[in-house]
Design a protein around this ligand. Structure first.
Ligand code: ADP
Length: 546
């Protein structure tokens, strides 16, 4: 027997209409460094309407890919709203990809039009000669775009505002099948070529509802949401759509992502929710600790943080010194991205010191997503001990990669995440490593994440990254690469003693290296591949402690 409910498609267009009407007075603020500009949702919606009309006049049709090569700005949000709602596919391009990867993804996705911030023209111009599929560049801002014109003389270049001005007054939004493509993102491709993930309208809709629910971020129209996480990094974790649909004001940092301007923007605009990867918060913390009078974090009620394991010391420092609760979340480009959050269980408040044991974990599945840990013999018990690979499934988890038939990432309807960890009786997942980063010493696993977490809790250590290196006796042993805190010197005996009270003795690294900074990936994660390459090339000065 079928139900009697209306078969109403779950689309980005529906979210768009809701924010534009019910929350028309909410605002989008874009930071320009020395000042901010602001527009109401009503005004943004009118411009999104013009953008859809302008793109249609350029010949963009349902299913066509429209790339964006932009910072987090009002115009980028307009593309987020207009492109999927007109039936085309928004392809957010990572502005920090290596040139060969950037050119690969633009061609692989077959982007017809790319919207480009004027400040990023020189970056895109470097690969433009290869992008034979691109028919037009639409430049946001009135900055110089001659580099792009020289690199691709046969491609038409238009200004974003001219496109909007020339657009017909009213755009007629089409009906859209909820299973059709709304947006696409490529994984940052730490191994091999990036892989494309295509979000549907339905997956985006459901992910947005899960994300704003009270058990997740609990975003409402009283919030002022600052996505520091780039809009090309897994749709800024869904924050733009969630803010739009709930009427939360959106605070767009533009290209001002360094600690000083970010701190100023947070204080000026009274951000209540701000999401970024751990390395950004570590930088902000150092900045704040050096100059406590120049920061004001008092407006922040929640800081969603993920993308890599959030160090315990970071969570504790923000909580204790600034009263700011960091909420760890776990996800992947493949999972839209948020699939789990580390809220403590019933009866324990996030800011309660007793909650820290849960907050340092990757979290529990959101309703709608299922998680399991799979070992050599299948799913393992939820005992917090048995290790295996994390697998995930649900309506906002990808079931394939775009134009890529490699199937080793899927197991009987589940996505294999490549993350290794455990799960406890309440469903809290603990990630000990990515499978490509695990350290196997004499057949036993050593968690690099755990060692890093402890080391970053020592006052002399600003950042720590632990990699496995070959060892004659144990096959592999950990090498601890540390960035010292300002003014500190390396005291290996002291750090070993510090670790000795926290991990088993055989796990303590005997190899140590001081580095200037941990290399980071294009989305700000520790780049262990780069660190391993530095070690293999003999570029790290390794101290042996026996
Ligand atoms: P890429 O795979 O290219 O790095 P993603 O942003 O999709 O890009 O990365 C997803 C991965 O990030 C996860 O598989 C996991 O390894 C890591 N990750 C995300 N959140 C967390 C977290 N809270 N703790 C540990 N690892 C995390």
């Amino acid at each position: 027997m079928l139900g009697t409910m209306q078969d109403f498609p779950l689309t980005v267009g529906m979210l768009f209409r809701h924010g534009a009407t019910v929350h028309g007075d909410s605002v989008v603020v874009t930071f320009e460094g020395d000042h901010s500009r602001s527009a109401t949702f009503r005004e943004v919606a009118a411009r999104a309407n013009q953008l859809a009309g302008g793109l249609t006049q350029l010949g963009i049709e349902a299913g066509d890919r429209v790339g964006t090569f932009c910072w987090n700005t009002q115009e980028h949000l307009e593309a987020y709203l207009a492109v999927p709602s007109m039936g085309a596919v928004l392809h957010t391009l990572n502005i920090r990809l290596f040139p060969e990867q950037l050119s690969y993804v633009v061609q692989h996705a077959d982007d017809r039009v790319v919207i480009v911030d004027d400040s990023l023209v020189p970056v895109l111009a470097k690969v433009a000669a290869d992008l034979t599929n691109v028919e037009r560049y639409v430049i946001v801002g009135d900055g110089d775009c001659s580099a792009l014109a020289e690199a691709s003389p046969h491609v038409e270049i238009l200004r974003y505002d001219d496109l909007l001005r020339a657009s017909p007054a009213e755009f007629s939004w089409p009906d859209i099948d909820e299973r059709s493509a709304a947006a696409m993102c490529y994984t940052s491709g730490t191994t091999g070529n990036p892989k494309g993930v295509v979000y549907t309208h339905r997956s985006t809709f459901l992910h947005s509802f899960a994300l704003c629910s009270a058990g997740c971020l609990g975003i409402t129209e009283d919030d002022r949401v600052l996505p520091v996480v780039p809009m090309f990094h897994a749709n800024a974790w869904g924050l733009p759509y969630v803010s739009w649909m709930t009427g939360a004001d959106l605070l767009m940092p533009g290209r001002h992502l360094q600690a000083e301007p970010l701190a100023a923007f947070i204080a000026q605009e009274r951000a209540t929710v701000a999401g970024a990867v751990p390395s950004i918060w570590s930088e902000l913390l150092r900045f704040a600790d050096n100059d406590p009078d120049s920061v004001d974090f008092s407006s922040l009620r929640l800081v969603p943080c993920g993308g890599s394991a959030v160090p315990r010391a970071l969570i504790e420092a923000f909580q204790e010194r600034y009263g700011v609760p960091i909420l760890q979340a776990w996800g992947m480009t493949e999972t839209s991205p948020v699939a789990a959050v580390a809220r403590p269980p019933k009866g324990t408040d996030l800011s309660d010191p007793a909650a820290i044991g849960w907050r340092v974990r990757a979290g529990r599945a959101l309703p709608g997503v299922e998680l399991r840990i799979v070992g050599d013999d299948g799913p393992v018990p939820w005992d917090d001990e048995t290790m295996g690979e994390l697998e995930v499934r649900g309506p906002w988890v990808t079931g394939a990669y775009y134009r890529d038939s490699s199937s080793d990432k899927f197991n009987d309807g589940w996505l294999r995440t490549g993350d290794i960890g455990t799960i406890d009786d309440l469903g809290y997942v603990r990630i000990t490593d990515r499978s490509k980063d695990v350290i196997k010493s004499g057949g036993e696993w050593i968690s690099s994440v755990e060692l890093e977490n402890h080391l970053m809790g020592h006052p002399s250590v600003a950042e720590a990254s632990v990699i496995g290196v070959p060892d004659a006796r144990w096959e592999e042993r950990p090498l601890a690469c540390v960035v010292l805190a300002g003014g500190a010197t390396l005291d290996v005996a002291e750090l070993c003693a510090f670790l000795g009270s926290r991990v088993a003795k055989w796990q303590i690294p005997e190899r140590w290296a001081v580095i200037e900074e941990v290399p980071k990936t294009s989305v700000g994660k520790f780049d262990k591949k780069a660190l391993r390459a530095q070690h293999e090339a003999g570029q790290l000065e390794v101290l042996e402690a026996r």
